[in-house]
Design a protein around this ligand. Structure first.
Ligand code: PMV
Length: 344
């Protein structure tokens, strides 16, 4: 009799509006600052993960986008699985599946490691799928998702999510909490504009370490700016005030990239096209007489644009005049996504 068990889940990416950048503990992935993000819906950019556990498997293996990875050297994935098993054992000590090896297959339907939060979707999906596999319910999984990739802890909930840095050296208070769910601001949209699908040249981990050890601006950001920005961003979201929301989002993205450039040697994530995109957004807002579109860039050149539904058509038409491209018509590169989380 085949005793193997299988679970499949999907999880979306999230786009930070106040960025996480810098760790105070590399192994536990504890951040130096709080961050806030919006979770996108799973019908667009997401990771899909299938995990099976079987008494016949001789080793744990994983495949990402169809290519087998080296599980033995993947310390973060091993740590996530070990911690999930420990939790499952506490809940049901007799679960024999906990002794079985795993086969993990994960696929992203968008460019991997190109600064589009693929690891956030990937690790939140891994943790959530393991929870389904082992029957774990009603547990805060965010501190475990964090062990895979910091930003992954913000993809376990829809709407806007606040990852609190916490103060404990062991990290139990470094958790993500939902500020409001996916139905809270129904007119809000995110456009993901893929400027370059290539893998980023400096990983987030290396970029964070370089920035936090060499940039003077970085300390100013962490001590003087982020705490106040977190308060202001929570207020803007609570009031559904797009002007304040958009301006804080752009300022925080700019400051994050300024710190990266202040690293020595500098970490350059934005490209000339990214800078042109930012200028186009400012021009658009100036023309409109108000802030109705806001850009933000993660650790890569690709642009995420927050805007309200009523702006989408006008903004995309304007963008197509600057960057003529067939893909706009196919909906391939520009995606209008209501913030929503469907896989729970
Ligand atoms: O979770 P990581 O290690 O991939 O870092 C993500 C960092 C940013 O995407 C640049 C910012 C953020 O808060 O998501």
């Amino acid at each position: 009799m085949d005793e193997s068990i299988t679970a499949t889940c999907i999880a979306p990416i999230n786009i930070a509006v106040i960025k996480y950048w810098g760790k105070r503990d590399d192994k536990l992935i504890l951040p130096v600052n709080d961050s806030i993000s919006g979770t996108l819906s799973t019908d667009q950019l997401c990771a899909k993960t299938t995990i099976s556990a079987s008494p016949t498997y001789t080793e744990t293996k994983f495949w990402l986008n169809g290519i087998e990875g080296d599980y033995k050297t993947n310390l973060r994935m091993k740590n996530v699985i070990k911690t999930m098993k420990k939790l499952a054992k506490k809940k049901s000590p007799k679960n024999k599946a906990l002794k079985w090896k795993l086969h993990i297959c994960s696929v992203n339907n968008f460019p991997t490691a190109a600064g589009l939060a693929s690891s956030a979707a990937g690790y939140s999906c891994l943790v959530y799928t393991l929870a389904q596999l082992y029957g774990i319910e009603n547990e805060d999984l965010t501190p475990i998702a964090r062990l895979g990739s910091g930003s992954a802890c913000r993809s376990l909930d829809g709407g806007f999510v606040h990852w609190m840095k916490g103060i404990s050296p062991t990290g139990e208070d470094s958790v993500a909490v939902q500020l409001c769910d996916e139905n809270y601001w129904p007119e809000l949209r995110v456009l993901i504009i893929v400027v370059n699908e290539a893998k980023k040249s400096v990983s987030s981990t290396n970029g964070m370490s370089l920035t936090s050890t060499t940039s003077e601006l970085f300390n100013y950001r962490i001590m003087k700016c982020v705490p106040e920005r977190i308060r202001a961003m929570k207020k803007a979201i609570a009031e559904r005030n797009f002007k304040d929301f958009g301006e804080l989002t752009m300022k925080d993205s700019n400051q994050f990239h300024a710190c990266c450039l202040d690293a020595f040697p500098p970490c350059v994530y934005m490209s000339d096209v990214s800078h042109r995109m930012a200028a186009i957004v400012h021009g658009y807002n100036k023309n409109a007489g108000e802030t109705c579109v806001a850009y933000t860039f993660d650790a890569g050149p690709n642009v995420c644009v927050y805007l309200l539904e009523k702006e989408v058509r006008r903004f995309v038409t304007m963008l197509a005049a600057f960057f003529p491209c067939d893909a706009y018509d196919e909906g391939k590169f520009v995606r209008g996504i209501p913030i929503k989380y469907l896989s729970k």
